[in-house]
Design a binder for this molecule. Sequence first.
Ligand code: UDP
Length: 140
Amino acid sequence: MATERTFSILKPDATRRNLTGKINAVFEEQGLRVVAQKRILMSKLQAETFYGVHKERPFFNDLVSFMTSGPVVVQVLEGENAVAKNREIMGATNPANAAEGTIRKLFAESIEANSVHGSDSPENAAIEIAYFFAGLEIVG
Ligand code: UDP
């Protein structure tokens, strides 16, 4: 397995409850390295573009409002098999279905306010990383 990078967001429900450090500790304990990180206020256009694949879904407008409701921490995580590994560490979208020990089981408030985003494929990871980070901001 090769070293890989994935894109991650600590969502507004996580920053509001001061969970940045606790969530990063889970990543680090499980072998993912935070190689880029910044705290931003996502604009409506950025959120709409980022979640564009969901624009016909009933939850889209609420999701955009949620993602722009407070600061987020955008990150690049690096490690062996990082995309799939992060999806495992995050747990299911709905915290009610998330496995014990996953970030969403530990911290998520609801199916919407579920604390973290993680890329679902290496192809999307590359697109999402390039959307938020310049190459020089990523230090592996
Ligand atoms: N979401 C929601 N309601 C739903 C499904 C998803 O509010 O019924 C939100 C939730 O914040 C989720 C995001 O939309 O993380 C993107 O959904 P996706 O199905 O891509 O889930 P993920 O890849 O984040 O697990």
